[in-house]
Design a protein around this ligand. Sequence first.
Ligand SMILES: Cc1ncc(COP(=O)(O)O)c(C=O)c1O
Length: 384
Amino acid sequence: MIYLDNAATSFPKPKRVYDRMNQFLREEAANPGRSGHRLSVAAEAQIVQARSVLAKFFGAPEPERIIFTLNCTDSLNIAIKGVLRDGDHAITTVLEHNSVLRPLNALEIAKRITVTKIRPNAEGFIDPKDIKKAFRKNTKLIAMTHASNVVGAVQPILEIGRCVREAGLLLLVDAAQTAGVVPIDVERDFIDLLAFPGHKSLYGPTGTCGLYVSHRAKLIPWREGGTGFDSESQTQPEVFPFLLEGGTPNSVGIVGLREGVEFIVQEGISKIQTHERRLVKALREGLLGVSGLKLYGTEDVARSAAPVSFVVEGIEPQELSLVLDQSFQIASRAGLHCAPLMHEALGTFPQGSVRLSPGYFNTLDEIEQAVRAVRQIQSQMAVS
Ligand SMILES: Cc1ncc(COP(=O)(O)O)c(C=O)c1O
């Protein structure tokens, strides 16, 4: 199998992730911090260490401001619904995944907030000036993706962050397609809330994710419950991370996520980014040579994350993806990629596109095989 669906979740994971999770689950997986016995205390220490590793990785000054969540959707919901209040205005973009669009739409339909959606240019980039122009007196939050999960375009977050901060507003960044590949520093980039999946380019298992919450963002939790701390209180402790972390955490996943991040630190994020860029460049160049193929996104791979989207005239994306899987053992993803507005903007709604998303463990040879497969499918199946 040639796995080119890393934008959905990375696969495989580094060996140390499997090894550590196996060891933890067999030998150490007591409920972290809930009981006084040594296994519970040791398990809690593992969670604390994982928090510190992630905080350092994202330049977050206080580890307790990193909270563990279920997935990126969970982080984005906690942030959006926790920070917005009745009468607020939020700004987002047409690039967004449904995990940003749907919570905002739900609040707007309930007439609790208003939302402005900014359009990207033809390559998939948002102009910071357009964000600034959309500021209103009651704007509180700018919620946007760091990179499009359809075309890979990496957004000018630093520039956007600077003007959001100057205006005294909050920036929520969905780093689903960048965390682990594009360097992120929440202080340098003026990020107030950072949603990052553990299971994509941070190489943790599914069911791991995080949210960084700065002091500037005042969040109301929507989930209250046991924290193993301050149990005499009838209400959720105000203290981080407990305010937003009711319930037993996914400790097995979190120790795996920590190993994934340690792997990145050991390899070096720039080495990972360089390799992925090389793969994306080869993939884009190869696909451009396939007749009847329309490629989306930017030619500038220095401003692109892994997702590469295309359509082939005369072949439905779902069909092409199926043949890639069944005849060539190549994993891709076809359809709308949970980003319907982006596909509308590209003119690929409702059928969507085929997305190939290389990861660090792919090789140039695999990319060449994928290009050859698409070429062969085009020559045999395209109906004009
Ligand atoms: C840009 C973007 N945001 C959010 C998500 C949602 O992530 P999760 O499936 O972890 O909830 C994804 C998933 O692919 C994504 O690509």
